[in-house]
Design a protein around this ligand. Sequence first.
Ligand SMILES: [Fe+2]
Length: 287
Amino acid sequence: MKVPCTQTSTSGLRGEYEGAAADYSVGQDWHAYTPEMHERWRRLHARQSALVERHACRSFRDGLARLDCAGGIPRFEDANAILRPATGWRLVAVPGFIPDDVFFDHLAHRRFPVTRWIREEHELDYLVEPDVFHDFFGHVPMLLDPAIADFLELYGKAGARAMAMGALEMLARLYWYTIEFGLVREDDVLKVFGAGIMSSASETLHSIGDGQVPRLPFEPVRIMRTGYMIDRFQQIYFVLESLPQLIGELVGRDFGPIYEQWRAAPALPAGQCLPGETLIPFPGART
Ligand SMILES: [Fe+2]
């Protein structure tokens, strides 16, 4: 996942940082991928594609089809040839986690950092660090959606101020509960658009099919106050009524007063509902 508030250290993380540019970009070095790595990608892609058909939102399904990347680890330059004319985004290869300010700057300029290495055989379903499968399969299809494309640029531009105001965690939660673990209602059915869900088979089924986990309507301030855990299934999800709602409720909004009001307050525990909150009815998905 891209988790801005945990990107400040690269120590102990996988990835070859030596030789990276000042913005942490590197060459993808596509020819260095082994046949085994491409085969691993094909298996991950095939398994997840079966779930995508049933549970991903329309934009994700359409985007993945356009990227046509079932055959092996894709070349980022091929994806850029599709992305740039569509929404103005392009991919840059990175070694792994990158510092917050660098991450924000890439997004503010419509550059999406994609980790170049692929997970090992024993961690096919989930890993805390982002790899090329998470970053590409999970995120890149949604870069072709205009609302998500605009939101990510807005998010990148909001980063510096959040850092200056000591509110980075609040902003990071907004990313977490939308771009990583967001749900959207389509034709009255819950669908997935978050990359953290879409790149994990078990989290896909948990997010859509577990009747115990609370699902709340999208509300930016509520999200910015809600904590999260990075090493287990989510304990709460937030549901958009449409993807344009994401940008519609945030563009032109001054986050400053929100940060000032809530930055010193302890985060609400994930999974805890507040008095008066109305859950999204379950079953909301057809499995
Ligand atoms: Fe991610």
